[in-house]
Design a protein around this ligand. Structure first.
Ligand SMILES: [Zn+2]
Length: 343
């Protein structure tokens, strides 16, 4: 089981980063992987804080989630003899640092600037390979430093997407249980219970989650971290990724870059809950309470895209059995999307 050793969540915790690095006995040289905007939001601050505390950081600004960028980060780390990497940003920079850390065999720290998906704390990285977004197994961060003062200032859409990624645990678990019953797939009660409880908490607190509030950022961050812990216990992303994630990836293949990962997962959860015969209205209500989309048109997606994605989603990651593998035809897909008001 791979878990972070230090997790700091709260207002101003970024100031504690140098002490955290010292506690972890990290070597002085470091590569800060950040984006053009996130460099201004947090990258520069981290650089200065580390330098003042006797570390020797170098900044690498990345612009795409591509393997070239991972190589660039790994090469720079090797060149300067870095003892660790820091991924500072919304997701892309963290994923690049995460993969470079595996390849360079050094630890990485996660400093998220938004709470938009569980990749900020999980051992999985998302990468664009041949124009397609794929999930790549990597490693969990050695530490997570999530400053809610910074994260609460992120665009509202990102926080809502983060809630969608957490709420998707509901159907991920149902798919997992199904695979356990039908395929004898290994199943962890603990991982499943933790993942389910996390999603339930977000649904219960949904009416109070508001963008711009530090308390809301804290709730969503803790839930994302808790989802990642569930994945660590399971040793796979099973507790937090099922048919709704397949649907999200399928939409991205048909209509790339229209919507955020968590937004599509949220939409997918409504439909998959309907297919599982569960309380899909509860899911839809919670998503709308946090300001996440519940209708495809809100994301500029037409009915055909949704139906096509529903029918083709089972082809994504075929080894992962879900409700979609029980045979969803076009007519039923269209009925499910219409009945839930997605199209
Ligand atoms: Zn996800």
């Amino acid at each position: 089981m791979e878990l972070p050793r230090k997790v700091a969540v709260g207002g101003g915790v970024v100031m504690e980063l140098p002490d955290i690095c010292k506690d972890l006995k990290l070597l002085p040289r470091a590569v800060i992987v950040t984006g053009p905007n996130t460099e201004k939001v947090v990258g520069r601050t981290i650089f200065e804080l580390l330098e003042e505390s006797g570390f020797q950081p170098e900044t690498l600004i990345t612009s795409a989630s591509k393997m070239d960028e991972v190589e660039r980060a790994k090469d720079l780390a090797r060149e300067i003899g870095a003892g660790f990497l820091i991924g500072a940003g919304g997701g892309r920079s963290i994923d690049i640092a995460k993969l470079a850390s595996v390849r360079g065999n050094i630890p990485f720290l996660s400093v998220p600037t938004a709470a938009s998906h569980d990749g900020i704390c999980s051992a999985q990285a998302s990468l664009t390979v041949n124009g397609e977004t794929t999930s790549v197994p990597a490693q969990a961060p050695l530490a997570i430093v999530a400053d809610t003062k910074i994260i609460s200032q992120a665009p509202a859409r990102l926080l809502a997407a983060g809630c969608g990624d957490i709420i998707s645990n509901y159907t991920a678990i149902l798919d997992w249980k199904l695979a356990h019953r039908l395929r004898n797939e290994e199943y962890s009660e603990y991982a499943s219970a933790l993942s389910g409880m996390t999603a339930q908490m977000i649904v219960e607190l949904a009416p109070e989650i508001r963008p711009g509030l530090e308390e809301s950022a804290k709730i969503v961050l803790k839930a994302l971290i808790s989802s990642s812990v569930a994945m660590s216990i399971a040793g796979s992303s099973r507790p937090a990724s099922g048919s709704e994630h397949k649907f999200a990836h399928a939409v991205n293949l048909i209509a790339p870059a229209r919507a955020l990962h968590g937004e599509l997962c949220g939409l997918g959860t409504i439909i998959m809950m309907y297919l599982h015969g569960g309380d899909w209205k509860m899911i839809r209500t919670a998503l709308s309470q946090v300001g996440a989309p519940t209708v495809a048109a809100q994301l500029g997606l037409d009915a055909e895209t949704v139906i096509e994605a529903l029918i083709s989603a089972h082809k994504i990651r075929p080894d992962r059995y879900t409700i979609l593998d029980t045979g969803l035809n076009r007519k039923a897909a269209s009925r499910a999307a219409e009945a839930t008001g997605i199209i």
